[in-house]
Design a protein around this ligand. Sequence first.
Ligand code: ADP
Ligand code: MG
Length: 247
Amino acid sequence: MKVVLDNLTVSYQRHPAVHHVSGSFAVADATAIFGPNGAGKSTLLKTMIGALKPDSGQARLDGYARQDIAYLPQQSEIDRSLPVSVLDLVATGLWHRTGPFGKVGRAGLGQAMDALEQVGLADFAPRSISALSSGQFQRVLFARILLQDARLILLDEPFTAMDAKTTFDLLELVRRWKEEGRTIIAVLHDYEQVRAYFPHTLLLAREVVAWGRTEQVLTDANLKRAVDTAAHWQDRAAVCQVDGVNA
Ligand code: ADP
Ligand code: MG
């Protein structure tokens, strides 16, 4: 199995958000994506799942079928107003086995309850998802990934605005996933979380600033370079319109 970025460039209206990014993610291990706001982190994940098309280059997820891949967007991008129960939402983690209109069945619902139990929300099964706190909702989405049994797990700022207990519990799930040989790639903003749970880091500022072992990537010099590179991109925004074609 391989998760490879090959000279990947992705633009919005010809402004590159991800620019000539190459490298491979450690398989069966956890990688943090770290970088300033607007560094292209979310764009990168969306391109990896096929929601955005590259201008050039490619993201290759070799050996992973569609159902092996779980993606959690930033919470701000999720609409929770649907009248769906917690259990129903978790059960959609089985769609790759049942099809969207298939019956989950008693066994499937049992597995969904088990997943909810593992994130400490068994009592919430019949509740509406709109009635949950953001921390509880994030636990529900992690339960869904548990049920899906995904081999490649992409998380976009999963702990932003989460309470400390939720963050800790879900980070422990990440640790377990890593031990189970799953590949985890997560956008994070907390230095300590990255150091404690993510052996690898991609430091991104539209371009790769550094990519490798976390302790070698998250140095003061590299972090400064990431900030400088991001600022430089802001300054060049108008120029990049043309650059997107020539680069
Ligand atoms: P990050 O997740 O690292 O904060 P993003 O990938 O969301 O960064 O954004 C990278 C750049 O692309 C930013 O300059 C952002 O404004 C721009 N961008 C993101 N999404 C869109 C969009 N849908 N349309 C136009 N520009 C976008
Ligand atoms: Mg983002």
